[in-house]
Design a protein around this ligand. Structure first.
Ligand code: IMP
Ligand code: MG
Length: 174
């Protein structure tokens, strides 16, 4: 089976404009506070770069690598393969994510950061597929809601490929 790039869902211009909007809301909501942005590698890289450039608050950035092994049931086991390097206690953590699918990964990460004494923990995702949700998690900040499609580009991969595409497109299996 091979995968090719199907139709473009969101262009770079559309995504950057949306990042501006989302970041403006964050700037407003956290006025007078500082932020601790945690990007989930590798997918969130490009969206995170767009978001952070629009943030006008005092901001630190960090990264985490989490992977979820999904069984046949709705319970996924999430392992942290690379932890954040800073201390999140007392910080306003915003997890920057490429896409919220079942929500399993973020459900665990929310818990993880709350358990380490973060002052607040929210999610800022580029995309969300609400129809796929299994865990009760909704991003407070989200770029675009999409249908149940497998998408690639702008950080998102299919088997580690296509992350470099400067747009989000639908993966076409053939
Ligand atoms: P969740 O725990 O099911 O929400 O998994 C979310 C993760 O699965 C995302 O951070 C992505 O890495 C990956 N993922 C989910 N849907 C897609 C997609 O359509 N394209 C590429 N990766 C996806
Ligand atoms: Mg991810």
């Amino acid at each position: 089976m091979d995968v090719t790039v199907g139709r473009v869902l969101f262009t770079e211009e559309q995504i950057r404009a949306k990042a501006k909007e989302v970041a403006a809301q964050i700037n407003e909501d956290y006025k007078g506070e500082s932020l601790y942005l945690v990007g989930t590698l590798r997918g969130a890289l490009v969206w995170m770069a767009d978001i952070m450039k629009e943030i006008t608050l005092d901001t630190e950035i960090d990264f985490i690598v989490a992977s979820s092994y999904k069984g046949t049931e709705s319970t996924g086991v999430v392992t942290v393969k690379k932890d954040v390097e800073g201390d999140v206690a007392g910080k306003n953590v915003i997890i920057i994510e490429d896409i919220v699918d079942t929500g399993t990964t973020l459900y665990k990460l929310l818990d993880y950061f709350r358990g380490r004494g973060a002052k607040s923990v929210e999610i800022c995702s580029m995309l969300s597929k609400p129809s796929r949700r299994k865990a009760p998690v909704e991003p407070k900040y989200n770029g675009f809601v999409i249908d149940d499609l497998f998408v690639i580009g702008y950080g998102l991969d299919y088997d580690q490929r296509f992350r470099n595409l400067p747009f989000v497109g639908v993966a076409e299996l053939r």
